[in-house]
Design a binder for this molecule. Structure first.
Ligand code: KMH
Ligand code: ZN
Length: 272
């Protein structure tokens, strides 16, 4: 039986550093959390970066420095977000690949995102997908809703398999406006995935634990981190990403599917 791939989504684009002091926003904070998360069982880091004012940015120079620093300090697979913040332009999101990461996120459709809209029209999705193939960057298909699974089928049907040859998806559940973070929805989404695809799941906010436990029970992999939840337990803020990774790793080990090391994860995802 294969182990469990654990991805840490360490920062995100939404949380406010002033309100969440433990959020890693500087390069030093990000590399520190990355080292701790690798020790705790993570194999992949999903990366959003911030500027000097701790605001989200897609600055390519900063992204290149971030990729280099994470590679120098850890063995983690570096997956850059091409989702960015809801305010980022499509051009800026495509330019993320200029930073030459191992992997990137690729969201397969538009979704209401609280009071905002996370826009991913078909034209952008197919341009980004073709660019990942040209550049040899392995995409992780982010699915916020069941309709996104249909678009994933269309994408693979029109343009063929991704760089690395393997389809790995991440079910992002519990976003206000996306699919709910419950086990019935998880099972429905997993049944709709393309044959041979592997998947992780993450539950936003209070759906974190139901989605995590459901994913382990259904043979899936895990994404955790402060992009997705800022509360470890009712009334108890997260102190750092590593404790979320450690909890996921402990539960995966209990489920007899211990965390994959980064080298094993590279093989699993087709990342050379
Ligand atoms: N920040 C969200 C609007 C991704 O990283 O690819 C989009 C997001 C998805 O976080
Ligand atoms: Zn993200």
């Amino acid at each position: 039986m294969t182990g469990t791939l654990i991805t840490v989504a360490a920062t995100g684009a939404e949380a406010d550093k002033a309100q969440v002091p433990a959020l890693p926003v500087t390069l030093a904070e990000l590399t520190d959390t990355a080292v701790a998360c690798q020790q705790a069982g993570a194999a992949v880091i999903h990366v959003h970066i911030r500027d000097d004012d701790a605001k989200p940015t897609l600055d390519v120079g900063r992204l290149k420095d971030t990729v280099a620093a994470l590679r120098a300090e850890t063995d983690l697979i570096v997956q850059l977000s091409t989702g960015g913040a809801v305010t980022d332009s499509f051009d800026a999101r495509l330019a993320v690949l200029d930073a030459e990461p191992d992997a990137c996120s690729l969201t397969c459709g538009t979704v209401n995102f609280g009071d905002d809209v996370f826009a991913n029209p078909w034209g952008f999705i197919k341009d980004l997908y073709q660019l990942t193939k040209e550049r040899g960057v392995v995409p992780e298909f982010e699915l916020f809703d069941l309709g996104h699974v249909a678009t994933l089928h269309r994408l693979l049907g029109e343009f063929g398999p991704p760089a690395g040859g393997h389809v790995h998806c991440d079910l992002v559940m519990g976003v206000p406006g996306g699919m709910p973070g419950d086990v019935a929805t998880l099972v429905a989404a997993v049944h709709a995935l393309p044959d041979g695809a592997t998947w992780s799941a993450t539950g936003i906010g209070r759906t974190t634990l139901p989605v995590l436990l459901g994913a382990l029970g259904a043979g899936g992999h895990l994404r955790v981190g402060m992009e997705d939840t800022l509360t470890f337990a009712r009334g108890r803020p997260v102190t750092g990403n590593a404790e979320l990774v450690r909890r996921a790793a402990d539960l995966a080990t209990l489920a007899q599917r211990p965390p994959m090391a980064p080298a094993q994860a590279r093989q699993f995802l087709g990342i050379g």
